[in-house]
Design a protein around this ligand. Structure first.
Ligand SMILES: NC(=O)c1ccc[n+]([C@@H]2O[C@H](COP(=O)([O-])OP(=O)(O)OC[C@H]3O[C@@H](n4cnc5c(N)ncnc54)[C@H](OP(=O)(O)O)[C@@H]3O)[C@@H](O)[C@H]2O)c1
Length: 303
């Protein structure tokens, strides 16, 4: 399907309106082989989800390379897809000898991680690089200079952040263009709607990306959780009032209805679910429907 791409910011990257996250495609989830991964990349592109969300650490530093090995079999796909990846978390484990989990946004770390991501993904350029978590030791000027160098070398086209507070984003944005803030947002996690995160995106004209748009499977695995149960009922009621719509599509439509132009990053490893998620783009919730989910989630009527 051909869904029109959306600009994350003026002059920023054009991404698919729903992005496919690959965090659980490898060691941290489905443990797909190369053929299966290629099949899923193709299915995602076919469905119109042409942008893929990575991080250096996924699968304990193995998933990027597995995705890259799959992509190597169809190099012509590269010009049809957009690759997002992240750096800044240092995760101890079998592939890294760190003494403890920590953050590193030094020039040396950003450069080393980016160059490894380029090798892993078998690509000459990354469309969008995000700083994965706010680092209390981050020096914005050092980050800005590193971004500028990577941009001028053609290695990364655009830069953004993830899990940053509005103040943290503002600080970095004073030194370098920031095209998005990728944050956790879903019908059970409403904080960014009211803590200034989405307001700042509106103010700056940047689209937020929403990770765990279905609550990271909580919606399906914890049906007895009181909040989940209320949200499920609200979403199922809306789904039942429209033909051929499921409650998980309504969960995505809840995010898509927001004026900041939220781009959900879905985490499924199932081709049919990628396809059906895209149908959420055709659902426009009424205000009353939207507030029925909000009310169900917060457990009380708005003031
Ligand atoms: N920036 C950050 O700090 C950060 C943090 C976490 C994640 N992320 C990104 O966000 C992406 C999505 O995160 P997420 O995986 O938490 O997202 P999610 O889309 O909220 O949850 C995906 C999970 O829900 C399951 N699921 C989806 N539809 C289902 C259905 N109809 N029935 C039963 N189960 C269903 C999936 O299982 P199936 O595979 O079986 O469909 C998968 O395990 C990640 O891949 C990653 O790229 C970013």
């Amino acid at each position: 399907m051909n869904y029109e791409k959306v600009l994350l910011s003026p002059g920023g990257p054009a991404v698919s309106p729903i992005v496919t996250g690959v965090m659980k495609w490898g060691l941290w989830g489905r443990q797909m082989g190369t053929t299966q991964m290629l099949h899923l990349i193709e299915a995602s592109v076919e469905a119109g989800a042409t942008t893929f969300d990575h991080a250096d650490i996924y699968g304990h530093y193995t998933t990027e390379a597995e995705f890259g090995a799959a992509l190597k079999n169809r190099p012509e796909l590269r010009s049809r897809i957009q690759l997002v990846t992240k750096c800044g978390i240092c995760l101890p484990g079998p592939h890294r000898q760190y003494g403890l989990k920590h953050y590193d946004t030094s020039a040396a770390h950003i450069r080393r991680s980016t160059e490894q991501s380029l090798r892993n993904l078998h690509t000459d350029y990354i469309d969008l690089l995000l700083i994965h978590r706010p680092d209390p030791l981050m020096h914005p000027q050092e980050v800005a200079e590193t971004f500028e160098a990577l941009r001028s070398e053609g290695k990364v086209l655009h830069f953004g952040v993830s899990n940053f507070s509005p103040a943290q984003l503002e600080t970095l944005a004073a030194f370098t263009p920031v095209v998005t803030n990728q944050v956790q947002a879903n019908a059970m996690h409403l904080a960014p709607f009211s803590d200034g995160t989405f307001d700042q995106c509106l103010q700056k004209g940047i689209r937020p990306m929403a990770w765990a748009p279905l609550g990271g499977e909580r919606f399906f695995t914890h049906p007895d959780d009181p909040q989940v149960s209320r949200v499920r009922t609200a979403c199922e009621t809306i789904a039942a009032s429209r033909e051929g719509i499921h409650s998980d599509q309504v969960m995505l439509a809840f995010l898509l209805r927001h004026p900041a132009g939220i781009v959900p990053v879905i985490g499924t490893g199932n081709a049919e679910r990628i396809q059906s998620s895209m149908k959420a783009l055709d659902i426009r919730l009424s205000r009353e429907e939207w507030f029925s989910i909000w009310t169900a989630s917060s457990g009380r009527e708005v003031d």
